[in-house]
Design a protein. Structure first.
Length: 173
């Protein structure tokens, strides 16, 4: 098979339709569960590190006998653990979006986030997508934009979420 025939057999990104709200919501449910797992695991790791610092005297115990008591009583330490967890959840999305254009939930629903020209998004673009993506609320705009099917985060970052064919979705991660 020559290169021209092979190129015709491989659909370009322009041939993939943009994803509607239902598919995006399905992927969001999967990814929400994965993000919750990342949040919990990294919370345990973060608290473990906090506990080691507490037990080694690297953190002033402020009269508390156990690390959990100090962490619960201190707004600063609670905020630190919370921020640690959120950073790891953000890393989860940025890593997958910039590496393959798909999180695990998106792969299950055959979705891919990409630049409008079909190329993978950069880590910087993926990071910019995070805030308007917060809790999936940016995807609600797709309901009102049935023609273009662009979410708030798509519009702000000049990206799109497309539905891949079965063949194009194989082996993407």
């Amino acid at each position: 098979m020559n290169q021209a025939t092979q190129d015709q057999d491989q659909p370009t990104s322009e041939q993939f339709p943009r994803a509607g709200f239902r598919r995006r919501f399905g992927a969001w449910v999967y990814d929400f569960l994965l993000a919750a797992a990342v949040y919990m695991v990294m919370g345990a790791v973060g608290f473990g590190i906090f506990g080691v610092f507490f037990n080694q005297g690297l953190i002033d115990n402020q009269g508390y006998q156990h690390a959990i008591e100090l962490q619960q009583a201190s707004f600063l330490y609670s905020l630190l653990i919370y921020t640690w967890n959120i950073v790891w959840v953000c890393f989860f999305f940025v890593y997958f979006w910039s590496r393959s254009g798909q999180t695990l939930g998106m792969r299950a629903w055959r979705l891919k986030v990409q630049n409008q020209d079909g190329s993978l998004i950069t880590k910087k673009t993926a990071t910019k997508r995070l805030l308007p993506t917060l809790l999936g609320l940016g995807n609600l705009t797709v309901i009102f934009d049935r023609k273009h099917k662009l979410s708030l985060q798509d519009r702000l970052t000049d990206t799109e979420v497309v539905v891949l064919s079965m063949e194009a979705n194989r082996g993407r991660l």
